[in-house]
Ligand binder design. Structure first.
Ligand code: ATP
Length: 307
């Protein structure tokens, strides 16, 4: 499938700081790419280079197979973006702000403003001055500006920042609908893996400016670690009984026996059978799943060589 966004060996250095290093990735048509990293990991710098706002030290970005250049006006007609805090004219209403953008972008269709206002569920606030909007609605206005000209590509920095849970769901549905039904290609950054996991098709983790991991979002399920937690009244003796049957376990921080490994997770009855046959009664058995955030941090620790 066509690579709509292509980043090749992108590097940005600010004097002492290596903000982005040798970063390459591609995003195909209609795909949502979630770009995640801790604060200061290089997300915004990458997005700004992708939008031609800053010049890479090395490497290149391509949108729709055209090399990114600020002066390529034809290309920017096909791209919508929201980078960092969305800016709006504070004294103008939501509708006036969008009307201004419509005229600046030479969008002929006069219905575009009302259509986008309703798409972003901003109708109740259409006549409210931007300076009186909540953080969540200011974020929606930022998204409305990015979407007004119905772009083929959307580049969004932390698009659900400041939204309440219902707002997050709405924006998630909107972005998924744009990608699936209108073929819009979306590149979005976030520092929250759990949120990105629900929106994105593909996820890339950036750390210290480098892409340290990339996977299809539906693989996340298999990447997340799970543990079987077992409680008995004599955990140390129970651990020995299991070890004598070739089942490795450790006593975790919460005082449960912890067993990892796919085999045992799929057959907890094998473990419980051994314990019961050896005279141990079970007072707890459960499967614990690593949180998405824990996976994210584990992956970063692995990259940094930490245990
Ligand atoms: N104009 C600049 N001059 C010097 N250093 C910069 C500049 N812009 C960014 N940096 C540095 O580059 C690194 C990456 O910053 P960047 O803003 O891209 O990270 P980020 O992942 O977007 O972080 P956040 O989630 O906090 O926005 C940081 O160490 C930052 O301090």
């Amino acid at each position: 499938m066509e690579a709509v966004i292509r980043i090749e060996k992108l590097t940005k250095r600010y004097k002492e700081t290596q903000a982005v290093k040798d970063l390459s990735l591609t995003v195909r048509k209609g795909e949502i790419y979630g770009f995640i990293g801790l604060n200061g990991s290089g997300k915004t710098t990458t997005l700004r280079m992708l939008l031609g706002m800053i010049k890479p030290t090395r490497g290149s970005c391509f949108l729709l197979e055209e090399k990114v250049k600020l002066s390529n006006y034809k290309l920017w007609e096909k791209v919508g973006y929201m980078v960092e805090t969305p800016y709006a004219y504070p004294e103008l209403t939501v509708k006036e702000n969008l009307e201004l953008i419509r005229k600046l972008r030479l969008i002929q269709d006069t219905r575009a403003v009302d259509h986008t206002i309703s798409e972003l569920q901003l109708t109740p606030y259409a006549n409210r001055k931007a300076k009186h909007l909540s953080l969540g609605n200011a974020q929606r206005l930022g998204l409305a500006k990015a979407l007004l000209h119905q772009p083929e590509i959307l580049i969004l920095d932390e698009p659900v920042n400041g939204l309440d849970p219902a707002g997050i769901v709405e924006v998630r549905e909107l972005l998924r609908n744009l990608a699936k039904n209108k073929g819009v290609t979306i590149f979005l950054s976030s520092h929250l893996l759990s949120e990105v996991a629900l929106i994105a098709d593909k996820i890339g983790i950036i750390h210290h400016g480098r892409l340290i991991e990339e996977f299809e979002a539906d693989r996340l399920e298999s990447l997340i670690e799970r543990k079987l937690l077992i409680g008995t009244r004599q955990n140390e003796a129970a651990a020995k009984a299991l070890a004598s049957q070739g089942i490795a376990c450790r006593i975790g921080e919460r005082g449960f026996l912890e067993i990892s490994g796919k085999d045992m997770l799929e057959k907890p009855e094998t473990v419980s059978g051994i314990l019961v046959n050896n005279g141990f009664s079970l007072i707890h058995i459960s499967v614990e799943e690593e949180s998405l955030e824990a996976y994210f941090l584990r992956s970063i620790r692995k990259e940094s060589g930490e245990p």
